[in-house]
Design a binder for this molecule. Structure first.
Ligand SMILES: [Zn+2]
Length: 564
């Protein structure tokens, strides 16, 4: 769209205009003291500034000026501001609009509700846009949409990541239908940016609503949010008036969105820069392949030969390390991301990005947790459809960025229950098998304890599958097998022998490529014996796949499963 931004005619209703400008005054600090809107405490401006504009008494987040955000986030002296000269438009000829914009410009020094440009964040170059609520609640008119679109288009040309800090009341009413089109325009530019394999991060701040939520705010590869930010499409008051329903506490806050699967991570304001640096670094993936140093740890000779049933019991052992322990040992720089972007964040599946041997990898793990509380929170490692969809979302993201995927498998089976069926457990598992089969990046799955049925296979359609020596892999539990075949679940130990579920059985059947030796009494105190063996294998797996060909890797995986 060509921008013809002329201050055509001014028909200001002075009183009304004055009122609306004042009602949009920021809750950001000015002057020597500030009153916290939440706890009413009076705070020195300097103290507030030092505390990243977070109330020291109650933790309330003050809204930040875009210029402050630039100086807090972008390396000093590296910010190059773009498109400062776009003149305003009044596409519908709304009376008084231009006058209002002019007044806001004089008052805030901002030419519009967003600052865009290019700068370095911890030495990593990125295109950045930061919205500022002082300017008409950072509503999106054609200039905001145009600045974002231009910034994204330039990022695509320059092959740079985009980071947008959102804060907005939504589309700008004074520009009506032209505002609505900005939602499509910005989304379209982001689609091209994504198709070019580039990274887009959004940082949602208070408030992010309406047409901004329904366009660029929710399109990040990674969506971060500040704590307690209001994020939603329709405002709470509108919903209550429309449907006459009382809304739950915390509705539409960042934490609510995290729980419902729409936010990857909530980040305290003081940690935002470091988090962005970590994410940018993980996506540059320029590191040379450098095998991890894995110590030789001897495993003592075993006393007894274990039966298949012994192994079933060992794999379910209370002290046996869980996925999180392996992640901590093997991927210490793991950054966890949450949510299926659909319904919920299922804690039975953990997912995120880390490096191994100098290369970025996506790690996905079925996670049981350590104690009873964690077991309950993580659904005993039995993923819901939301968990499988989160896993798939992260795998597709790995594919976009060319990262190998490492899955840690540990589940008695997929969760079975009313909600799981309502949300399509079967469909979710099926979709993972379908998509994983053709994923154009290397995929490895490691079974650490129990691998039960489709619930395990949904994260194990891989180029290679490895098993710990005393782990098991089966179509159902030995108890279930005995009860179905012999109507007697007490004959589970007999079933275990008949089912061929041990790691060595799997090796014979060519279901797995590698059995990893483990100590007789594997627990946290001797986990290094196992992680060093897995680590050696990972050095090899990643080393062998440095220059993988996307089509070959997918074809080989097809052949692997075609052979059964
Ligand atoms: Zn406060």
């Amino acid at each position: 769209m060509e921008l013809r931004y002329l201050f055509k005619k001014t028909q200001t209703a002075p009183e009304e205009d004055k009122k609306s400008v004042e009602s949009e005054l920021p809750s950001t600090p000015q002057g020597l003291f500030h009153k916290c809107s939440k706890c009413q405490e009076t705070i020195f401006s300097e103290e507030l500034r030092k505390n990243n504009f977070v109330c020291p008494s109650c933790g309330n987040y003050f809204r930040m000026y875009a210029t402050t955000r630039v100086s807090e986030t972008i390396d000093e002296g590296t910010f190059e501001e773009w498109d400062t000269d776009l003149l305003e438009t009044n596409p519908l000829g709304t009376p008084g609009y231009e006058e209002k914009l002019r007044k806001l410009n004089a008052k805030t020094g901002l030419n519009e509700a967003i600052i865009t440009g290019k700068g370095n964040i911890g030495g990593h170059e990125a295109v950045v846009g930061i919205m500022d609520c002082r300017f008409m609640m950072a509503s999106m008119g054609s200039v905001v949409g145009e600045k974002i679109t231009r910034a994204v288009e330039r990022a695509t040309e320059l092959k740079l990541p985009v980071i947008l800090f959102t804060a907005s009341g939504g589309a700008r009413m004074q520009e009506g239908i032209v505002s609505l089109m900005q939602m499509a325009k910005t989304s379209a530019a982001l689609k091209k940016h994504s198709d070019a394999g580039l990274l887009y991060i959004t940082v949602l701040t208070d408030p992010t609503t309406g047409g901004v939520t329904a366009s660029f705010a929710m399109l990040g590869d990674i969506i971060l949010a500040e704590p307690g930010a209001l994020i939603g499409f329709a405002g709470p008051r509108v919903i209550e008036q429309t449907i006459g329903q009382k809304l739950p506490e915390g509705f539409q806050r960042s934490e609510f969105l995290l729980e419902h699967g729409f936010v990857d991570k909530i980040v305290d304001r003081k940690d935002i820069k470091d988090t962005l640096v970590d994410i940018l670094k993980l996506h540059e993936n320029k590191g040379a392949f450098a095998p991890e140093d894995m110590p030789e740890i001897k495993i003592p000779a075993k006393k007894a030969k274990l039966t298949p049933w012994d192994k079933v019991m060992i794999s379910r052992g209370k002290d046996r390390p869980v996925a999180e322990d392996y992640i901590n040992k093997l991927f210490p720089d793991f950054v966890e991301f949450h949510g299926d972007r659909c319904v919920r964040d299922d804690k039975a599946i953990m997912g995120g990005i880390a490096t191994f041997a100098g290369r970025a990898v996506t790690v996905i793990a079925e996670s049981k947790g350590h104690d009873t509380n964690e077991n309950v929170a993580r659904g005993f490692g039995m993923p819901s459809p939301d968990g499988y969809r989160k896993a798939l979302r992260l795998m597709k993201q790995a594919e976009k960025f060319g990262r190998p995927v490492i899955c840690i498998v540990d589940t008695p089976g997929a969760y079975c229950g009313l909600e799981a069926e309502e949300r399509g457990q079967g469909e979710a598992i099926a979709m993972n098998l379908y998509e994983m089969s053709a994923l154009k990046v290397p995929v490895l799955s490691i079974i650490i304890s129990e691998a039960g049925s489709g619930g395990a296979l949904a994260v194990a359609v891989s180029d290679e599958v490895w098993m710990l020596e005393n782990s098991i892999y089966a179509i159902l539990s030995p108890e279930g097998y005995a009860s179905i075949l012999w109507k007697d679940s007490k004959r589970a130990s007999e079933a275990a022998a008949e089912m061929k579920l041990t790691a060595n059985d799997m090796l014979d059947l060519k279901i797995v490529e590698k059995v990893i030796e483990e100590p007789e009494d594997l627990a946290m105190d001797n986990i290094d014996a196992v992680t060093s063996r897995i680590g050696k294998g990972l050095n090899e797996f990643i080393g062998n796949n440095i220059d993988f060909d996307p089509d070959t890797i997918a074809r080989n995986r097809y052949d692997r499963f075609r052979s059964f």
